[in-house]
Design a protein around this ligand. Structure first.
Ligand SMILES: [Zn+2]
Length: 200
C-alpha cells in the first residue's frame, strides 16, 4: 500500500478541513475451502487514523525536527504552584488551569536526567514496534515535578539512579518513539544506527 499525505486547510480560526488520502484498497484474493471451492474473497482496505496533537504538537515537532526536549512552567503569580515545571508536556497548569510557558530542558536533561524507576518487558503497545526486551524507564530531570516515561536503547541495563542522556531518531515518526535514552558516556560511534544526540 502506498504512502499517504494528509494536510489541513484552516481558512477560519478554529476550523479546519482535512485533505488527503484516507482509504486505500489492494487487489482481492480468493479464499477457498480444502476442496478448492471458492468460499469468499478478501477485500484489503487501509484506513488512515488521524491523531490530532493540539497544542502538544510543538513538543513532538521539537523532538522530531529540532532534537529538543520541551517542558512547561506555570508563571501565574496568583497560583499556589507558581514556578512548577512539568514534563510530560502539558499546556495548562493543573492548579490554576492557566496557560503555561514552554521551556527548553534539553540541556538540563543531558546534564542531570536519572532513572527513577524502570520495568523490563517483552510486551509493548499495539503493533509491537519496539525491540524486545523493552527497557521502559521513568526519567527524573532536575527541577521538574513529574516523571517522563521513556525507553532505553543501546547497551546497558536500567537501574535506579542511572544517569541517562536523550537521543533522537534521525528519521522521525512524529511520535514519542522519536525520543529514547542511552547510558551516560555513550559515544556517537556507540549509538545505534538512525539515532543521534541533541545538537550542541
Ligand atoms: Zn498555575
Amino acid at each position: 500500500m502506498s504512502d499517504h499525505k494528509v494536510t489541513i486547510e484552516g481558512k477560519y480560526p478554529g476550523r479546519y478541513r482535512f485533505k488527503g488520502e484516507f482509504h486505500q484498497g489492494a487487489p482481492s484474493q480468493p479464499i477457498r475451502d480444502d476442496q478448492g471451492k471458492l468460499w469468499g474473497v478478501t477485500k484489503p482496505r487501509r484506513i488512515v487514523h488521524v491523531h490530532a496533537l493540539g497544542a502538544e504538537g510543538q513538543f513532538f515537532q521539537a523532538i522530531a525536527e529540532d532534537r529538543k526536549l520541551l517542558a512547561t512552567r506555570c508563571n501565574n503569580p496568583d497560583c499556589e504552584g507558581k514556578g512548577t515545571e512539568y514534563l510530560p508536556f502539558r499546556i495548562h497548569c493543573p492548579d490554576c488551569l492557566g496557560l503555561m510557558e514552554v521551556i527548553d530542558v534539553t540541556q538540563r536533561a543531558i546534564e542531570g536526567a536519572q532513572v527513577y524507576t524502570y520495568v523490563i518487558t517483552n510486551r509493548t503497545g499495539a503493533f509491537n514496534t519496539l525491540d524486545t526486551p523493552i527497557r521502559f524507564i521513568d526519567i527524573q530531570i532536575p527541577g521538574i515535578a513529574t516523571f517522563l516515561k521513556g525507553y532505553m536503547i543501546g547497551s546497558g541495563e536500567p537501574s535506579i539512579g542511572l544517569r541517562v542522556i536523550p537521543v533522537f531518531q534521525q528519521k522521525p515518526s512524529y511520535t514519542i518513539k522519536d525520543l529514547a535514552w542511552v547510558v551516560q558516556g555513550t559515544t556517537e560511534s556507540d549509538l545505534l544506527e538512525g539515532w543521534t544526540f541533541a545538537d550542541k
